[in-house]
Design a binder for this molecule. Sequence first.
Ligand code: ZN
Ligand code: ZN
Length: 335
Amino acid sequence: MRAAVIAEDRTLEVAEVDDPAPGPGELVLAVKGCGICGSDLKVVEHLPIGYTMGHEFSGEVVAVGADPVGDWKTGDAVCALPLVGCGNCQHCRDTLPVHCPHSEMVGTGTRPGAYAEYVTVSSAQTFSLPEGCGYDVGALVEPLAVGLHAVDTAGVAVGENVLIVGGGPVGLAVALWCRHVGARSVVVSDPVALRRESALGFGATGIIDPAAEEAGPAFERMSGAPPDVVVEAVGKPGIIQTCIDAAAHRGRVAVVGICSGPDSIVPVSASLKELTMTFPVYYRHQDYAHSLSMIGQGRIDPVPFITHTVDLDGLPEAFEAIKSPTDQCKVLIRP
Ligand SMILES: [Zn+2]
Ligand SMILES: [Zn+2]
């Protein structure tokens, strides 16, 4: 099959790779949609040459391995968590497969991902797409689940004020769910004008340009109070301190952005506010289920996330372009 793999110079190149075969409990999907994730732009620097990324995908079941979990058959329209756990440990049973000691990641380091014609997934982590959920939207369930898990972990409640630092796809997914759960002020801060504008279409009640005004004072001016919850959705050094500085006393900071380098904070600034900080990562099994249920009921509409679509041959160029984003939110590959 064809796949976009990591080239020597850390760009992507389309190459011929081995066709996947399903192991026990696994399914092979013909990839129908796969989003480019911001984290891919970072991990591409560290993953092995020749590796296939892509962890936000939907597809059609084309092969079913022995003893699958669930009644899967070829032709089923599905999406799947990009995680393969043992299925038997406490974490897997608690539906937090990312914490399973045997967890293997599809498209982010362990197993080949969906920047390809086919991808292998765990049948236990696969979901049918509901009526009205096409393959494009099916590929958005992963970033939606990231946002939902962050909002859930931060404990965003009805009537609370939320500041979201970063208006990329994850920040926008957080805004969508904050609105969904009944937050009062949902304000997105991002230096890119087009991202700020699109935030208003995803549940943001206000926007801040951090280049023009510091996020904390701007939020207070707009909402009349500092944010109960601040979500870090950037993943660059220095932003956690911005979140601490903006948060209300006894507030919560949820760090969703992925930053793999050191980042210094002044702990006492968080102590004096008695902040609670959480570091939600990935999602639970039920975050996929809930996202799909809300899509199926027509209660959320993530379609506007998709700003660009490309085929596999167009992926290497699109991947380079998104490194300096202009008007891209979610770029979707249709292999
Ligand atoms: Zn992602
Ligand atoms: Zn396990």
